[in-house]
Design a binder for this molecule. Structure first.
Ligand SMILES: NC(=O)C1=CN([C@@H]2O[C@H](COP(=O)(O)OP(=O)(O)OC[C@H]3O[C@@H](n4cnc5c(N)ncnc54)[C@H](OP(=O)(O)O)[C@@H]3O)[C@@H](O)[C@H]2O)[C@@H](O)CC1
Ligand SMILES: Nc1ncnc2c1ncn2[C@@H]1O[C@H](COP(=O)(O)OP(=O)(O)O)[C@@H](O)[C@H]1O
Ligand SMILES: [K+]
Length: 486
């Protein structure tokens, strides 16, 4: 069964992500149980380590707050299981009373907190800072963690800011991050995404009343967030959805890639509108693609509701087309040329359903200022009243109502020209199938990422944008299978 995001308690969705502020709120609501929760966190972390490692010489590095307390609990458990475990403390006197209490139960000698000691162990558990990290990482912590041969993080690698994924100092990569209740946005956002290693999230029996005290608005993108339209026996091409694109003179490839992607992922009909001069060239292409040569006539057809504007269009032409599409109140996905046309004058995009900027296009539309990418995407979606698909290795999909999905289901193989046009086509097809713009965008980004992974596997890691297109049908099928399992 799929979990609807309209639940009165979005935290109950398994893909919800918790910011440090939300974690604090939740912990306050669970304050009567907080000691049990720390014991559960340490116990679950010890269990995950035992499941994934054979006994090895471990040094648990504990900080002054509750992150350190989790570390002390797990150190005691592993020691009682016969593992060779030692503890080191950043501060001999922890500031958290619970951590003090856990420290009182540790009766082995404490190892000095120096890089030379970190080097002596097979593995260092970083229980120094987690959600309470609020300023730059002390230099001694940077040196200490850097000296370790291998690292596992409790909650987050120390120095990672939990909401934004930014580094507050020099952060050492971990091979695993063990977090509790729900992961944090940082686990899936660049640059932290690269250094968190495998993410293992443990249930620590947080009381339901405390869970319901928070209302997260950020999710990790996966098929539990959306529902794809299914095939019906009485389907016909118009019912499945029609996608229209406007193709220009100089870069017909971009429109062709978007069109092919929309067809491959299941649109009922895809049509490229161009001029009478260019139409013959466009017609030398796929047999199932329809080429029109007059925009005004095409706009009159009420069955042609979804339009892609921008791929392969120079910005002035994209602007002229966009004005007409807006005038006719079409459902518009604006990309490439249309975004360049609106740079510096956002009002030109008012009324579009979805925009799909890469980092450069986004910065020209919404100067970042002191905002992070996550916060900038959220406020941009509100300001424009459109879904923003901020593309990259950690694509952020923000809705005007404040919902955000972070996608990490992708492949570096997508870093090649034309894959953005492919994504736009996929969004168009899903929108024309009747999906809500935010859900269509989330699903499209996931399916595109899946196709990137499949194409990379098929082509030794180096597929073309065209190769990604060929895997879209199979990728949609993978998403459908995953949806069924929920
Ligand atoms: N619901 C859950 O998920 C549960 C989570 N749990 C665990 O709790 C952890 C959060 O614990 P936490 O709030 O005590 O914060 P934590 O990260 O230990 O650090 C706070 C201390 O560090 C200090 N400090 C901060 N930054 C610093 C810096 N750069 N350099 C130097 N000092 C710095 C700060 O100092 P202050 O600002 O007070 O001066 C304060 O003393 C969470 O990550 C998880 O592991 C479980 O136990 C139970 C349920
Ligand atoms: N390193 C990467 N990891 C994952 N996805 C990536 C990476 N680099 C690019 N992509 C994806 O590839 C696509 C590139 O889009 P874009 O830059 O607009 O390309 P183009 O305009 O050439 O079609 C986006 O969907 C982006 O998220
Ligand atoms: K940590």
């Amino acid at each position: 069964m799929s979990h609807s995001l309209s639940l009165s308690a979005p935290i109950l969705h398994p893909r919800a992500l918790l910011t440090p502020a939300e974690t604090r709120e939740m912990d306050q609501a669970a304050s009567l149980n907080i000691e049990d929760l720390m014991v559960n966190a340490g116990t679950m972390a010890a269990r995950i380590i035992r499941q994934n490692y054979k006994p090895l010489k471990i040094l648990v590095a504990c900080g002054p707050g509750n992150n350190g307390g989790d570390g002390l609990v797990l150190a005691s458990i592993l020691k009682n299981q016969g593992w060779p475990v030692s503890v080191t403390l950043l501060k001999s006197e922890p500031s958290s009373y619970l951590t003090k209490k856990m420290l009182a139960k540790w009766d082995d000698p404490i190892i000095p907190f120096v890089p030379e000691e970190a080097k002596r162990f097979d593995l260092v558990i970083d229980a120094l800072f987690g959600a309470g990290m609020n300023r730059a990482l002390p230099h001694i912590v940077e040196k200490f963690l850097e000296a370790a041969k291998r690292r596992i993080a409790i909650d987050l690698p120390s120095g990672v800011e939990g909401e934004t994924g930014l580094f507050m100092g020099k952060v050492a990569p971990c091979e695993m991050s063990i977090c509790f209740v729900r992961p944090r946005p940082a686990h899936y956002l660049s640059p932290a995404l690269k250094i968190c290693g495998k993410i293992k999230c443990a249930d620590i029996a947080m009381p339901t009343s405390a869970l319901k005290a928070v209302s997260p608005h950020i999710w990790h993108n996966d098929p539990s967030l959306w529902q794809l339209p299914t095939q019906h026996f009485d389907d016909h091409k118009y019912k499945r959805g029609v996608v229209s694109l406007v193709g220009g003179k100089d870069m017909p490839g971009a429109a062709h890639l978007s069109a092919a992607a929309a067809r491959r992922v299941g649109a009922g009909m895809v049509r490229i509108v161009t001029s009478p001069e260019e139409a013959p060239y466009y017609r030398i292409g796929s047999a199932g693609l329809i080429i029109d040569d007059d925009l005004d006539t095409s706009l009159e057809d009420p069955r042609r509701e979804v339009w892609i504007c921008g791929p392969g269009l120079p910005h002035q032409k994209a602007g002229n087309v966009l004005k007409k599409l807006l005038d006719k109140r079409k459902s518009i996905i604006a990309d490439a040329g249309a975004l360049s046309w609106a740079a510096g004058d956002l009002s030109r995009l008012k009324g579009v359903k979805v925009i799909t900027p890469h980092a450069g296009e986004f910065a020209r539309l919404f100067p970042l200022g002191d905002k992070t990418r996550l916060k900038a995407a959220i406020s941009a979606a509100k300001e424009l009243d459109s879904v923003i698909v901020l593309k990259g290795e950690d694509t952020i999909i923000a809705a005007p109502d404040g919902r955000v999905a972070i996608n990490s289901h992708a492949s570096t193989a997508l870093a090649t020209a034309g894959t953005g046009d492919v994504l736009t086509g996929v969004i168009g097809a899903l929108l024309s199938g009747g999906m809500h713009p935010w859900e269509a965008s989330c699903a499209a980004v996931w399916i595109h990422g899946q196709a990137g992974q499949m194409a990379a596997k098929e082509y030794g890691g180096w597929p073309l944008a065209e190769d990604v297109v060929t895997f879209l049908g199979k990728s949609r099928h993978v998403a459908e299978q995953k949806m069924k399992k929920q």
